[in-house]
Design a protein around this ligand. Structure first.
Ligand code: PLP
Length: 425
């Protein structure tokens, strides 16, 4: 039976047996007991499935990962301690020193830093391309050592919409997977696998938790990418792993190869595991995700329209607005809504932004988004304050840009608050 998202958010990932807890149990244990060394040995040889140490796998985390996997329509998934860990693992699982990755330039600042500074130090090079590039430009960016293409469904904070089919087509033509960070859209509003993406990542810190309570990440594999068909590019998946007695992941684990390797190698070695307590809290957030997404999107739509018609507002970016440059792509990829985040600028520019935010009463100033509480950020005076106006423009974050994450409050209250703050500008 094909279940709908509302049902999956409640029921998927955990089905209690007779007399077992109805709610996902928090397995607060670092370790797991075995009767014989032989039983445990099978786990270390990856011959049997089971738990032995919570740095690699924990049942609570696996139940919650299975729910997100079902929501995305994937075959295997794992939780990580943060979205950053999910992004890093998703690429490092298939690219190593000497390899190359193509990424959209419209991505989260933390991902950009991870790629362009930290992973560069590890010997992995990145080419950044505008998400609006042509197929010719995209095809021209591939090198013999390119191992993946990476983009965000809705970019944070640029709010551009990725043409997933275009990126998937070019990635596949060059024998590499497309990895999509689906944090802002969530599987409620877009399922990138339906458009050809191979791997999806999430910062579950955002809408999935939705209450600004726990950091977390998730990686989901569609199971669609045929690693063995491109075995020369992906030796880590297609040749023996000496650290597990010569197992060949793509042969032994088939569609589960990517997640099994990522758990067995990267979790083992880096240990960016989500705590079971955090997974439990994340799971509570997931139960209401479809209802919250609807309300976030409705509030954002109303607020974007209010701002759009206001005399003191210079511009508004929200892909649900008919005159937004990403409206057409949003109609295709996000027909039921995009997310609750809007960006806009005032005619009075940088100074106006600072005054406006100071006078907001309901919307608080935070470096966060996708929370039940409305919050806003003026990057030029906070996260990006070391940049000149010219550098800000080049980064697509103008000196006047205000990022507003619309929460779950009543939209009329939010609009009244925004209106009074604008009066002070
Ligand atoms: C926040 C965010 C991340 C990083 O997630 P953390 O949970 O903060 O580590 C990655 N991608 C996107 C799109 C984000 O918004």
């Amino acid at each position: 039976m094909e279940l709908r998202p509302e049902t999956l958010c409640i029921q998927a990932g955990y089905t209690p047996g007779n007399g077992e807890p109805r709610q996902v149990p928090i397995i607060q244990s670092t370790t797991f007991k075995y009767s014989t060394s032989e039983d445990m040995g099978k786990l270390f040889d990856l011959e049997a499935e089971g738990y032995f140490y919570s740095r690699l796998q924990n049942p609570t985390c696996d139940h919650v990962a299975a729910k997100i996997c079902a929501l995305e329509g994937g075959v295997a998934a794992m939780l990580t301690s943060s979205g950053q860990a999910a992004t890093f693992y998703s690429i490092f699982n298939i690219a190593s020193c000497g390899d190359h990755v193509i990424a959209s330039s419209a991505i989260y600042g933390g991902s950009f830093n991870l790629f362009s500074v930290t992973m560069k130090k590890m010997g992995i090079s990145f080419t950044f391309l505008s998400p609006d590039c042509t197929e010719e430009e995209l095809n021209a960016a591939f090198q013999p050592n390119t191992k993946a293409v990476f983009g965000e469904t809705i970019a944070n904070p640029a709010l551009s919409v990725l043409d997933i089919e275009k990126f998937a087509k070019c990635a596949h033509a060059h024998g590499v997977p497309l990895i999509v960070d689906n944090t802002f859209a969530t599987p409620i509003n877009c399922r990138p696998f339906e458009f050809g993406a191979d791997i999806v990542t999430h910062s579950t810190t955002k809408y999935m938790d939705g209450h600004a309570a726990v950091l977390g990440g998730c990686i989901v594999d569609s199971g669609n990418f045929d690693w063995m068909a491109h075995a020369d590019k992906f030796p880590g998946l297609c040749t023996p792993d000496d650290s597990y007695h010569g197992v060949v992941y793509a042969e032994r684990f088939g569609k589960g190869a990517f997640i099994t390797k990522c758990t067995a190698q990267l979790m083992r070695d880096f240990g960016a595991m989500q705590a079971p307590q955090n997974a439990f809290i994340l799971n509570l957030g997931l139960e209401s995700l479809p209802f919250r997404m609807k309300q976030h999107c409705q509030n954002a739509d109303k607020i974007a329209r209010f701002l759009h018609g206001h005399e003191k507002v210079a511009w508004v970016r929200y892909c649900g607005l008919e005159d937004d440059p990403y409206y057409t792509l949003a109609q295709k990829y996000l027909p039921n809504g995009s997310c609750g985040v809007i960006s806009f600028g005032l005619k009075s520019g940088r100074k106006g932004a600072e005054t406006f935010m100071k006078h907001l009463k309901l919307g608080s100033i935070e470096t966060h988004v996708a929370d039940s509480r409305t919050c806003c950020l003026h990057p030029a005076s906070s996260t990006h304050r070391q940049m000149s106006d010219a550098e800000l423009d080049a980064a697509g974050v103008g000196a006047d840009l205000i990022r507003l994450s619309c929460g779950l409050e009543n939209s009329e209250d939010l609009i009244a608050d925004i209106a009074q703050a604008l009066e002070n500008v």
